[in-house]
Design a protein around this ligand. Sequence first.
Ligand SMILES: Nc1ncnc2c1ncn2[C@@H]1O[C@H](COP(=O)(O)OP(=O)(O)O)[C@@H](O)[C@H]1O
Ligand SMILES: [Mg+2]
Length: 287
Amino acid sequence: MSDALDRRATRGAADPGLPGRVSRATALEPTATTHAGSWAPDAGQDSSALIPMDAPPRLAISLAEVTKVYPNGKHAIEDIDLEVPEGDFVFLVGPSGAGKSTLIKLLVRDEVPTTGSVVVAGIPLDKIRRGDIPMLRRRIGIVFQDFRLLPRKTVRENVAFALEVTGTPRGAIRTTVDRLLALVGLTAQADQRPGQLSGGEMQRAAIARAMVHGPELVIADEPTGNLDPLISWEIIQLLLRINEMGTTVLMATHNAEVVTALRKRVVALEEGRIIRDEVGGYHREYA
Ligand SMILES: Nc1ncnc2c1ncn2[C@@H]1O[C@H](COP(=O)(O)OP(=O)(O)O)[C@@H](O)[C@H]1O
Ligand SMILES: [Mg+2]
């Protein structure tokens, strides 16, 4: 189990100059090498020409013409196309009711789209069988606004639980949990229960739990919605660090200050449609 985390850490370490782009660069390498030989006559050109322009990035998320109509007739998501390359960090913004949580539910197959296709971590969700859903959920780490920790379990037990369920040997569980608690800065609180933690600490525990299977993608639905500004920044820094280690991060948020400061890709939803998809800036209508 700890291998999955090691793998990600190593990937990130391989190219610290390209946080958030590491896995994409890696994905392009074999293609570039393969084509280099046959393009030899042009070898005098800029070496970037050796990377075929049509080489597709590996995608963590791909939605095509996705619409979600709830049974009550509400069109929560309307004809959305969205591609998130592996390794990206993306903010999902928009006013309350814009469809952010619905979009996230479609990604983790809590909901199924009315029409359109959703592919996550290379898995086409319309083809997935019910029995494969746990496998999908292991490849995605999910973080919620309200933490959703088990109140009677300690921090350590909350993080370990998902590994116990999948039958991971005890020694491996301990190693993985220790490392994750260190990553999120909760080593000293390992034996406390959620009720004995601050909001920021609860969210750190939830993030550690989201990372137990070494997910390719972490999806956070307003993870700082219940936290004050300083603690919110700490949580964002943690998610950025996880991203730099090679994990794709999609974060729904209302936090204008954070979105504006970080100059990451911002996908803005309004009434179920993408109204803007660009790097940087938080516009007033997102609140
Ligand atoms: N289970 C549901 N049944 C019917 N309508 C829903 C359901 N869940 C959400 N909605 C509606 O879909 C719209 C989008 O909701 P949601 O995805 O929660 O938006 P956001 O997360 O951006 O606030 C809202 O109008 C909401 O009331
Ligand atoms: Mg929501």
